[in-house]
Design a protein around this ligand. Structure first.
Ligand SMILES: Nc1nc2c(ncn2[C@@H]2O[C@H](COP(=O)(O)OP(=O)(O)OP(=O)(O)O)[C@@H](O)[C@H]2O)c(=O)[nH]1
Ligand SMILES: [Mg+2]
Length: 474
């Protein structure tokens, strides 16, 4: 099953399960075949399983290290599926380290990061998605992220994938059986049902993918970058959104040079906002580097807010002030965009923010620009925030309804995308080429890709990558 000697080493492991530092309680957790022997040497006869009992934790010479609760879980009814022992002592770093050392003296080995979860996975207590959800739950930066991680932990995401793989398996069985009997192959190739099934599967993958994408955003935060010409109000927007003086704001064009980052939560969406240097040609070496970094941050962003000083635009172009038509705004923006972003790859959701409208007098700026994705805004008054959020959610197809959510990772997205590609190829082989065997091959590849998500199909390298990012004791 597992060729990696490190992974297949099922000796007894030990780690501190509570965070390092001082606390009321500190927990040492042991898992593996020698738990009973080690535990007995440490605390005397073990209590009945799942019954918490106070015991003295003793050194080899009988001296007392600490006293606390002992909790024994007999495998397989434990988190890891092995015998597990928890020692709840007093949470001081010295006490904990003496206790840990004593366990190691008695034959346990210090656990690697994520090794408890890894054993739970290898013993089929949880699948990969659930193991990752454990880590995501612990790392959650917002309530919504925590809620979605719990959903994944409880199997919301895994069951979707399992259903999908099950349907795919059924289809494969049918396809493989048909191509084994040439006289049936022709019927099968013309069978509309197969096509419909395949189309359903493709649609289902797309729907799971879109939910998983949102799960990733919840977990990692949406990367939103503020860009625009110098002095357009990017830093003011940053400060408005973060509710504090994060960036320096002055009326001097070219104030911001570095990329400034801040984590915020808006409408329940965790967002990582980046304020950047205004885009313009400059002889100043520092500013040029700033602009280079701006362009770089556009590349890694999920969405771009493009700030425009609309008070300047309306001064220069009188028609933009009085009842401007959506078409006029659209044309003006197209010109500005071409000038500002020349040579910059902008294949991202981009929202034009027509800023500083509080300065524009004697006009009837309705709240709507009419131009579908541009929004009137003022960082001074906050006008336009609801519209901006609506457009942002629309553009990213964000629908962060807590019931529909589960946490996910970029790894899952790639696997779903790959699965979808192979399903589409399968459909193509069938409909365009009537090539049954080639179609079957694509279906197998799709299943392999999807199987990687929950770990049905796994490689040691993949496991190593996932679990090594966990912290010790998890
Ligand atoms: N009246 C008004 N002034 C604004 C608004 N937003 C920004 N300003 C002013 O515009 C000037 C420039 O704002 P910044 O936020 O520094 O602009 P920036 O885009 O970060 O500029 P650089 O960092 O130089 O590229 C400051 O004097 C701000 O007070 C707004 O909505 N209304
Ligand atoms: Mg700035």
């Amino acid at each position: 099953m597992n060729q990696n000697p490190e992974v297949s080493d099922f000796s007894t492991i030990v780690a501190e399960a509570t965070p390092a530092g001082r606390g009321g309680i500190g927990i040492i957790r042991l898992s593996g075949p020698d738990v009973v022997v080690i535990g007995t040497a440490l605390v005397g006869e073990l209590p009945d399983k799942r019954v918490a009992v106070t015991r003295l934790f003793k050194n080899a010479d009988g001296s007392v290290i600490d006293q606390g609760l002992v909790l024994y879980f007999q495998g397989p009814a434990s988190f890891t599926g092995e015998d597990v022992l928890e020692l709840h002592g007093h949470g001081g770093p010295v006490v904990m380290s003496i206790l840990l050392r004593r366990c190691i003296e008695l034959g346990a080995r210090q656990a690697r990061p994520g090794e408890f979860s890894e054993r739970a996975f290898l013993n089929n207590k949880i699948d990969l998605v659930q193991a990752e959800a454990v880590a995501d739950l612990i790392d959650s930066a917002s309530e919504a992220a925590a809620r979605s991680a719990v959903k994944s932990l409880q199997g919301a995401f895994s069951s979707k994938i399992n259903e999908l793989v099950e349907k795919l398996t059924q289809l494969r069985i049918f396809v493989e059986a048909s191509i084994d009997f040439p006289e049936e192959e022709e019927d099968f190739l013309a069978d509309q049902n197969v096509i419909v099934h395949l189309q359903d599967l493709i649609a289902e993958v797309a729907s799971i993918l879109s939910r998983a994408q949102q799960g990733v955003i919840l977990q990692e935060g949406l990367h939103l970058v503020l860009v625009g010409a110098a002095n357009s109000g990017k830093s003011s927007m940053m400060n408005f959104l973060s509710g504090q003086e994060t960036s320096i704001v002055t009326e001097i064009a070219g104030t911001t040079r570095d990329v400034i980052r801040e984590n915020i939560v808006l409408d329940g969406i965790p967002i990582r906002v980046l304020d950047t240097a205004g885009i313009r040609d400059s002889d100043d070496l520092i500013e040029r580097e700033g602009v280079r970094r701006t362009i770089q941050s556009i590349e890694t962003a999920d969405a771009v807010l493009w700030l425009i000083d609309w008070s300047v635009e309306t001064t220069q172009m009188e028609e933009l002030k009085v009842n401007p038509s959506p078409d006029l705004i659209h044309r003006r923006l197209a010109d500005l965009k071409q000038n500002l972003f020349e040579g910059i790859n902008l294949e991202k959701p981009l929202i034009p923010v027509l800023n500083k409208v509080d300065l524009i007098e004697s006009i009837e700026l309705s709240t709507e620009t009419g131009e579908s994705d541009a929004v009137y805004f003022s960082t001074k008054t906050g006008q336009g925030l609801p519209q901006m959020m609506t457009i942002l959610k629309e553009k990213l197809a964000l629908n962060l309804h807590p019931d529909g959510l589960f946490s996910a990772r970029r790894r899952h997205l790639s696997a779903l995308e790959l699965g979808s590609e192979h399903l589409q190829l399968a459909l193509l082989r069938l409909t365009e080429e009537s090539a049954g065997e080639l179609m079957a091959e694509e279906l197998k590849r799709a299943q392999d890709a999807l199987g990687e998500i929950t770990g049905q199909l796994r490689s040691d390298e993949l496991l190593g990558r996932i679990f090594s990012s966990f912290c010790i004791g998890k």
